[in-house]
Each structure stands twice: as structure tokens, then as C-alpha cells.
Ligand binder design. Structure first.
Ligand SMILES: Cc1cc2nc3c(=O)[nH]c(=O)nc-3n(C[C@H](O)[C@H](O)[C@H](O)COP(=O)(O)OP(=O)(O)OC[C@H]3O[C@@H](n4cnc5c(N)ncnc54)[C@H](O)[C@@H]3O)c2cc1C
Length: 508
């Protein structure tokens, strides 16, 4: 049997070319990406307009982490794994933009996303491959958009090709702000609270209002603005699907409190300091959107159907699950290290708890494979990952993730707390003597033990860790909505037919 339990884990870290070396074949490098971010986008933080996100101390390191993803994708030794030939230009383009026709293609998309997820330990959810999946799904079923007018189908396909052929990064904001959820969009106290159309011109539309919550918005090239919440008759102004450049005049991004801001050094904040993708509240202050960037125009049916009658939601969330499975591998690795350091690893009771954790991780990993194994083509020849394999995990993710974190908290006792205050303590010889003597573990020196526990705390207990948990609960929508998805997609007729057959068994 293979020693590699994780079938798809990269066996060695990939050395990427330095960011200063231009990529061959026109692929976008980390350097290209970072340079493109200084484009006048309006990001408001701590009472100020940020001049350049790549230079801001609270924002720059996450930008660097994303730049590293572009470098990985441009790495010549990973060319086949990370790229495919653009059907239009023949040039290599990111596999995240490959519209899958076979289960092999779906697997290739997953292998691409695994490389990126491993580079961030699954801690950045909205890397460019997430919304790329949605655009693939839209372009695979343009007839859904054509229901609103033939030009919208053309716009969606043209834009998908532009994203694909230029290695672009989109984030999205597809949920209305939580102002008053008891009323539909058009009955809010002011009709321009939710992002909607306020004027139309021959050349395009003008949007005003707010939308939540573009994770990574300040790091992306474009924001897709639409609505996944159910809309009602009367809500037509809010039933749109448009792409907006991150530096469009009038587009304002309000990131939440950045955790990178407190991350003073990489020892104390090994994860917050590197992987804090910012969630951005989006405000549109009379933003002009040319018609070419409009996919859905005042159409509540198309606005709904884009998610469920195209494979967009499935492709995008397939990536989310790939990323999640990598994160869980990292999580269970941390748990194992905690037990080894505490000397509890061989305790049978601890092994039972680790067995439960491993079971939950394995369910999620194997359901990822099931999405490919049970993928099916629809009547238009579009390949969909198995929706039941996808939505069953997503529907329970809120509970399962919490349970897994609870097990780790249980196993670690005070291990993540009984630690010195900061890396600066290592510079004080008096303190260091106590730290070395009393904070060591039976199997490692104090500094190694503290480094693992700091990482575990940043994963689970820091502000960054806490936001991670909220992310896993809500990134795919509130769990009651995902359970509805599951309800819509489950084969209840097959189940009840079994019951009917049992009722008709010959009497005895
Ligand atoms: C960290 C993070 C990152 C995110 N990133 C993005 C992103 O990049 N892009 C994006 O568009 N969205 C993103 N989201 C998701 C999105 O913004 C919402 O959080 C998500 O869709 C849930 O909607 P809501 O927050 O408005 O919660 P609500 O819909 O208001 O629901 C909150 C809670 O109210 C209760 N509730 C409300 N209505 C019902 C009902 N009918 N039946 C039963 N219970 C009900 C449930 O307990 C529910 O969990 C992100 C969310 C988080 C937390």
C-alpha cells in the first residue's frame, strides 16, 4: 500500500521562479499581479483611503500570498497541472477557467486548486479559482442568460474568455446588506439601499447601493455583483448581474478589521500575518457599467436561474470544497502535532478522539472525489459535479466544522494558552531560561513546541481563527439555504418507491 495516504498532496514544495523573472507564454506572474493592484481602487481603512494595498502594512502580506499563487501557476515545471491551452489563442491559461467536459477535466480542475490551496493551507477561500468556476458555469450555459436577451449570452461568454485569456481574478458580492431582512429589496426604507439600477443610458446602466460581502474584493481585478437571495416581483431593479473593475469610479470597498494589522511578527501570527483575505463590504456610488459588462438586466428569473440552471454554483463550490479538504488536512496535522508534544499521542482515549476527527476529515475528502465520480452530463452536454455529493457536505459543514474544532480544543487543554507573551520574550535571557526549562515538551525544545501551539491558536482561537470559523459557516450561504438545495436535489422519488415496493410485498 502507498505510504501516501493523501493521494493528491504535492510530494515536495514547489520552488517557484523569483517574482522578478517574467513568465514565458504570457502567463501572469506575481509581480504582474502586484503591479496591477496599484490602480486607484478605493479601499477605505482606519478612517483613510488606502493609497496602495500592496504597500499597506495590514494588507500587503495577503497580496503577496496571492501573488505567490500566480507565480505557482506560471511555474514551467507545473505547466500541465496548472494550465490548459486556450481554445481561442492556443496559449496556456489557468485550469481554473477550463470548462469540464469529462470527469478527468473535473479532476484536473481539482488538482489545480489543490496546488493553490496547499500554498495557503486552505486558509484563503476566495482565491481567483473560486469565482473563475462561476464564470465557467455561466459560459457553459449561456442560454440561461439569453432568456433575458441574446446580447447578454454573448456578453457572458465574451467576458469569460477575457478573464480566461488574461488570467484575471474576480471576487463577488451576491448578497444584499443585512439592513432589514423582513422586507424585500424594493420595500427597504430607501430604494437605493440595496445595490440596484438608478439610471440607464444608451451606453450602459448606473448602479447605486450596497452589497455584501466581496471577500478578496480589494485584491481582485473585477467584482461580480449580482444577487443570490430570492427576489420578488417589484425587485427588478436589483435583479442584475454585472462585472465591475475594482477601480471603477464610484466603487468603494470597506474591508472589515484586518487581522494582518496586529500580526507584528510571523512567529506569533504565522497565519493571520500571511493569509488574511479581507472581506469587503461593497458600496456603489453611482457606478457606471457599460452594457458589455452586463449579463443580467432587471430580470428576477435569470438572476435566480444563473445559480441553479447553470453549473456555476457547483463549479465554484467544488473549488471551495477542494480548498476545505486541504485545510482539514492541515488542521488534523496540527492536532496530531499537539498530541505528540503533550505526550498524549499514544493514549487510547486520545486516539479515539483522533479517530473521530479523521472520520470527519475523510468524509469530506471522499465526498470531493464523489463529486467527480458521480458527475453527470445534462441534456445540453454540460458536465455537472454531483450536486448531492457537493450539497450534502456544504449543508452540514457548519455543524461538522464546529465539531472538528471542538475536538481540537478538547484535546489541547491549556496547551495553546500556557505560552509566553510574544517572540520578544526569547530575547530576554532571564525569561528564556524559564521558557526553555518549563515550556519544553518531552519530545521537543520549548521554541518548537511554542511555534506549533501559536500556529494552532492562530488557526482556531485568534481573531483570524474565529473569522475562519464564520467563513466555513457562511461562505456558501446560511446552512438553512444549503439544506434547501439538498432537498431540491435529492432523489426522494427513488426513496419513496422503495417504501411503496415494500408495502406491496406478497402477504404471508
Ligand atoms: C467570512 C465570510 C465571507 C463571505 N464571503 C462572501 C463573498 O465573498 N461573497 C458573497 O457574496 N458572500 C460572502 N459571504 C456570505 C454572505 O455574505 C452571507 O453571510 C451569507 O449568504 C448569509 O447571509 P447573511 O449573512 O445575510 O445571513 P442571513 O441570511 O441574514 O441569515 C442569518 C441567520 O438568520 C437565520 N435565518 C434567516 N432567515 C432564515 C430563514 N428563512 N429560515 C431559517 N433561518 C433563518 C439563520 O440562523 C441564519 O443563519 C461571506 C460570509 C462570511 C461570514
Amino acid at each position: 500500500m502507498s505510504k501516501h495516504f493523501y493521494r493528491y498532496q504535492m510530494e515536495q514544495p514547489v520552488k517557484v521562479q523569483p517574482a522578478s523573472v517574467p513568465a514565458v507564454d504570457g502567463l501572469r506572474t506575481g509581480r504582474d499581479y502586484l503591479q496591477s493592484l496599484n490602480d486607484g481602487r478605493q479601499v477605505f481603512l482606519d478612517g483613510e483611503l488606502v493609497k496602495d494595498v500592496t504597500k499597506h502594512p495590514a494588507l500587503s502580506r495577503a497580496a503577496d500570498s496571492i501573488a505567490h499563487l500566480f507565480d505557482l501557476a506560471a511555474e514551467p515545471s507545473l505547466r500541465d497541472r496548472m494550465t490548459f491551452a486556450s481554445p481561442k489563442t492556443g496559449q496556456p491559461v489557468l485550469r481554473a477557467y477550463q470548462i469540464p467536459e469529462t470527469a478527468q477535466d473535473l479532476k484536473a480542475r481539482r488538482l489545480f486548486s489543490e496546488v493553490w490551496a496547499e500554498a495557503t493551507f486552505g486558509l484563503m477561500g476566495r482565491t481567483p479559482d473560486h469565482v473563475a468556476g462561476f464564470f465557467c458555469g455561466f459560459a457553459a450555459a449561456p442560454e440561461v442568460f439569453a432568456a433575458g436577451g441574446a446580447q447578454f449570452a454573448k456578453n457572458v461568454v465574451d467576458f469569460y474568455e477575457k478573464m480566461r485569456d488574461n488570467h484575471l481574478y474576480a471576487s463577488y458580492a451576491i448578497v444584499p446588506p443585512q439592513i432589514d431582512r423582513s422586507k424585500p429589496a424594493h420595500k427597504q426604507a430607501d430604494p437605493t439601499l440595496y445595490a440596484g439600477i438608478v439610471a440607464e443610458k444608451d451606453s450602459g446602466i448606473i448602479l447605486k447601493g450596497a452589497q455584501q460581502l466581496a471577500t478578496g474584493g480589494l485584491y481582485s481585478d473585477y467584482i461580480y455583483l449580482s444577487c443570490i437571495h430570492p427576489l420578488q416581483p417589484g425587485d427588478e431593479n436589483y435583479a442584475n448581474g454585472v462585472v465591475i473593475p475594482a477601480n471603477a469610479p464610484g466603487l468603494k470597498l470597506y474591508p472589515r478589521r484586518p487581522f494582518g494589522a496586529v500580526a507584528s511578527n510571523s512567529f506569533d501570527y504565522p497565519l493571520s500575518g500571511r493569509f488574511d483575505e479581507l472581506d469587503c463590504f461593497v458600496v456603489l456610488d453611482n457606478v457606471f457599467v457599460p452594457w458589455e459588462q452586463v449579463f443580467i438586466h432587471r430580470n428576477t428569473n435569470v438572476c435566480r436561474d444563473q445559480w441553479w440552471k447553470t453549473p456555476a454554483h457547483a463549479y465554484g463550490n467544488c473549488q471551495a470544497q477542494t480548498r476545505y479538504a486541504v485545510k482539514l488536512r492541515f488542521m488534523i496535522g496540527l492536532a496530531k502535532r499537539i498530541n505528540e508534544l503533550s505526550g498524549n499521542d499514544s493514549n487510547p482515549a486520545v486516539q479515539v478522539q483522533m479517530g473521530e476527527l479523521a472520520s470527519l476529515v475523510s468524509i469530506i475528502e471522499n465526498m470531493l472525489l464523489a463529486q467527480e465520480a458521480v458527475a453527470a452530463k445534462d441534456s445540453d452536454g454540460v458536465l455537472w459535479p454531483s450536486k448531492t455529493a457537493l450539497y450534502s457536505v456544504m449543508a452540514l459543514q457548519s455543524e461538522l466544522n464546529s465539531r472538528m474544532l471542538e475536538i481540537i480544543r478538547e484535546l489541547s487543554g491549556a496547551a495553546m494558552i500556557t505560552l509566553p507573551s510574544s517572540a520578544a520574550d526569547f530575547d530576554n535571557p532571564d525569561m528564556m531560561a524559564d521558557i526553555n526549562r518549563y515550556m519544553q515538551s518531552g519530545s521537543s525544545d520549548a521554541k518548537t513546541r511554542i511555534a506549533v501551539m501559536r500556529m494552532a491558536w492562530d488557526f482556531i482561537g485568534s481573531e483570524f481563527g474565529s473569522r475562519q470559523q464564520q467563513y466555513e459557516k457562511f461562505y456558501g450561504g446560511a446552512s438553512f439555504l444549503v439544506k434547501h438545495n439538498m432537498y431540491r436535489n435529492f432523489d426522494f422519488a427513488g426513496a419513496t418507491s422503495l417504501v411503496d415496493r415494500a408495502l406491496k410485498l406478497p402477504a404471508f
